[in-house]
Design a protein around this ligand. Structure first.
Ligand code: ADP
Length: 367
């Protein structure tokens, strides 16, 4: 049997709650009660009701404030809110602006209340169904990419052995073809790895291996691995560190991916000039700014930069996943990435990392 829908009725007057119970008695709902806003806010994440019927005028915290706080709650599914307001209360629409879905005037008419509750429960169920389908789609993508990884790793190893001549001498023309195959295979493998990590970050299951990191040393390592690209494009790649290299607390490999992506992008999109990495210790945070002399990014494109599969209008290779993943990694470190850019005058991506670790999205493997 299907579980009954759960309604949370929030009202400081017990007669009003009895009235709502009486009107909805025929409907097979499970009705929970809260006598004030604070109690409701404690119950909502615990009970996850399917609908909240909320009195606007309550002593202490009013229904508007409760609405605002419910909509600010993270990690709870969408719960419709039906405001119950007095006839002479002109500002009921304010509640809609704060995130309530509907309102009804007191004294409530039985038919109207029943119809509004049914309509909001239909809304709740269709949103829950949409979320379920989206989750199924993500699970499918995850399983697919996960299964793709194994043959790609095997092919990578095999191509490497072939190129090294371990399996027998091969003519130079075949060697060239193998190098092309190997590069494509690695690009695909990198995309699969990015997709898998994005899934882990999105689902909150990514575990970070937090440790103190010498930022200067980490950046030198990233920069020396990118120097061949800078050299081949004749771009000046430099790093400026403060006299004492800052120590940050983070996941070394994950932060390396962020710097590789952002400095790598700066080199990829810049055809002449320089890429300058500057580290500044500011109040409460360390900022790594990556300034390039590339084409710059229009304000419209800047708004979309950190979205999944988002790529600008250019002919460079890429997946459009790098900044999306970098944003997740930096957020999981309690930081943020900002961009300043003017088309024609280069771009500056700044990675802000807090001095003290404030975990937000993911668990620390040590804890
Ligand atoms: P990818 O580089 O694989 O396309 P990213 O997520 O790393 O994906 O970047 C998304 C888009 O942002 C790029 O396609 C490009 O249009 C733009 N972009 C990123 N960095 C720069 C930069 N330094 N200069 C100009 N455009 C950039």
């Amino acid at each position: 049997m299907e579980r009954p829908d759960r309604l949370l009725v929030v009202d400081d007057v017990s007669d009003n709650i009895h009235l709502v119970r009486a009107i909805l008695a025929e409907e097979n709902y499970l009705i929970l009660e809260a006598r004030n806003g604070q109690q409701a806010l404690e119950m909502i994440p615990r009970e996850l009701p399917d609908l909240i019927l909320l009195d606007v005028m309550m002593p202490g915290m009013d229904g508007y404030e409760v609405t605002r706080r419910v909509r600010a709650m993270e990690n709870i599914p969408f719960i419709p809110i039906l405001l119950i307001t007095a006839y002479d209360q002109p500002s009921a629409v304010r509640g809609l602006d704060l995130g309530a879905d509907e309102f009804i005037r007191k004294p409530v008419e039985a038919d109207e209340l029943v119809a509004r509750v049914r309509s909001l429960l239909r809304l709740k169920h269709s949103i829950a169904e949409r979320d379920r389908i989206e989750k199924q789609r993500q699970d499918f993508v995850y399983r697919l990419t996960h299964d793709l990884r194994t043959p790609l790793v095997a092919a990578d190893k095999m191509l490497e052995l072939l190129q090294e001549g371990v399996l027998g001498e091969i003519p130079p023309s075949v060697k060239e073809a193998l190098a092309v195959m190997s590069r494509s295979n690695r690009d695909l493998l990198e995309m699969v790895n990015k997709l898998l990590d994005i899934y882990r970050y999105e689902s909150g299951s990514k575990t970070l291996n937090m440790q103190p990191i010498d930022l200067g040393e980490l950046l030198e390592q990233v920069i020396s691995s990118l120097h061949p690209i800078a050299f081949s494009k004749q771009i000046d790649l430099t790093v400026q560190l403060p006299p004492r290299s800052p120590v940050i607390y983070g996941d070394r490999l994950e932060l390396m991916r962020v710097f590789n992506n952002i400095i790598g992008n700066a080199l990829k999109f810049t055809d002449k000039g320089s890429v300058e990495v500057r580290v500044e210790v500011q109040e409460g945070e360390t900022v790594v700014a990556v300034q390039d002399t590339g084409p710059g990014i229009s304000p419209q494109e800047q708004k979309l930069l950190f979205q999944r599969f988002q790529q600008g209008k250019h002919h460079k290779q890429g997946s459009g996943l790098g900044l999306y993943l970098s944003h997740y990694i930096v957020s999981a470190h309690g930081g943020k990435i900002t961009v300043q850019s003017t088309p024609g005058s280069g771009s500056c991506f700044s990675i802000h990392l807090p001095h003290a670790h404030t975990p937000s999205l993911v668990r620390n493997s040590a804890g």
